[in-house]
Design a protein around this ligand. Structure first.
Ligand SMILES: *Cc1c(COP(=O)(O)O)cnc(C)c1O
Length: 375
């Protein structure tokens, strides 16, 4: 038996709420569970509005369209992230310009964002239609100077907070804020491997009443209320089902428990690996990561492959980090700026089992296997 990388944590409350939704007869895209999920989610992340979507990628698609991204536009986006961050840019016929990571948070480098926008201003080039900030692995990105330069040039920010439910900032300018609530729109995912799941689902959050109304409209086929099937633009069938939202309500009510588990797991790994020749995940003061997937860096790609093989033989479900998007065949020909930190994270990174219900004995097995590799 292999210890899984990240498994959903489902208990009796999940069964109860899903059964209630089933018995109510409201299984599709309208119902009390969806309404409750949106209200409680908005409250949890500190946004005025939350609109439930069929998945995180769909939420990003709608978000980028709502901030005005059109065919032929550029969108600055993190290079070191899951493909779901950038695919919605391509859906809109826009071009992703990939921004490299920085070492403090592994997220997109604010200095590169500022430099790219200022370079365009100086050269008289068109500015990007949006900047998409991604908070990878539950780690909040450094947003101060990104927010400043975007305000200065009137560029909207969309946050991909798919992996960072429960994360935020505790000091500094965004103290008390949750990831996803800083930009014009934030997007979350409830895929099965995320910290909270609805089976498949997503959420779009915003403080802007008009964006919220437009998001609700676009996710429901842009059908104008009333009789006569009037559609005033091309919409999407992107609403979350009531059945899925019922699962989400159970998960959301346990989010503090899940975040605490992730912290406990990360602290135990940090303790165990402190003396090994590995780089631990970012711990930046005032940045409250959830350590969604606890990931370490080893010396190089060859060592990473040997470690992954060793862990697999030891029954530990570990995984490499993402291949940066600018080298993906899907994004061949895209522009990228940076010096290759994302590539280094990919070549050297290994994610370790991080399920919120990982047992102490399973974690000890993981720790022993990693230690044995380096001994
Ligand atoms: C999971 C994920 C997405 C996509 O979310 P889905 O719900 O799977 O569509 C987007 N961006 C990042 C960073 C993710 O991890």
């Amino acid at each position: 038996m292999t210890i899984p990388l990240s498994e959903p944590n489902l208990g009796p409350l999940e069964s109860k709420l899903v059964m209630e939704a089933l018995e109510s007869g409201f299984v599709s895209s309208v119902g009390a569970a969806v309404t409750r999920f949106e209200l409680e989610f908005a409250e949890r992340v500190g946004s005025r509005h939350a609109i439930a979507c069929s998945n995180g990628t769909a939420a990003l698609h709608v978000a980028l369209r709502l901030v005005g991204v059109e065919h032929g536009d550029d969108v600055l986006c993190a290079d070191f992230t899951f493909a779901g961050s950038a695919n919605p840019i391509a859906y809109l016929g826009a071009n992703a310009v990939f921004i490299d990571s920085e070492w403090d948070t592994w997220n997109l480098d604010p200095e590169l964002v500022v430099a790219e926008i200022e370079r365009r201003a100086a050269a008289g080039e068109r500015q990007p239609a949006a900047v998409e900030v991604v908070h990878v692995l539950g780690q909040p990105a450094q947003m101060e100077s990104i927010v400043d330069v975007c305000v200065r040039f009137g560029i909207p920010i969309v946050e991909d907070a798919a992996e960072s439910l429960g994360a935020g900032w505790s000091t500094g300018r965004f103290a008390g804020r949750h990831t996803g609530s800083v930009g014009a729109i934030g997007c979350f995912s409830f895929n099965g491997n995320k910290i909270a799941t609805t089976g498949g689902g997503g959420m779009l959050v915003t403080d802007d009443d008009e964006l919220a109304a437009r998001a609700r409209h676009l996710t429901t086929q842009a059908k104008v209320p009333g009789v006569g099937y009037l559609h005033d633009e091309v919409g999407y069938n992107y609403r979350l089902t009531n059945l899925a939202a019922a699962l989400g309500n159970a998960q959301l009510s346990r989010i503090d428990e899940f975040v605490a588990s992730k912290h406990r797991i990360a602290a135990a790994y940090d303790d165990a690996f402190g003396a090994l020749p590995v780089t631990l995940p970012p711990r930046k003061a005032g940045y409250d990561s959830t350590y969604w997937l606890y990931s370490i860096l080893v010396a190089d790609e060859a060592e990473r492959d040997r470690l992954l093989e060793h862990l697999q033989k030891s029954g530990v479900g570990a995984r490499a980090l993402w291949r940066p998007l600018h080298v993906q065949p899907a994004y061949a020909g895209s522009r990228a700026v940076g010096s290759g930190i994302g590539t280094a994270l990919f070549e050297r990174g290994v994610s370790l089992p991080s399920s919120t219900h990982l047992t102490r004995s399973d974690q000890a097995t993981v720790i022993d296997a990693v230690r044995a590799f380096f001994s």
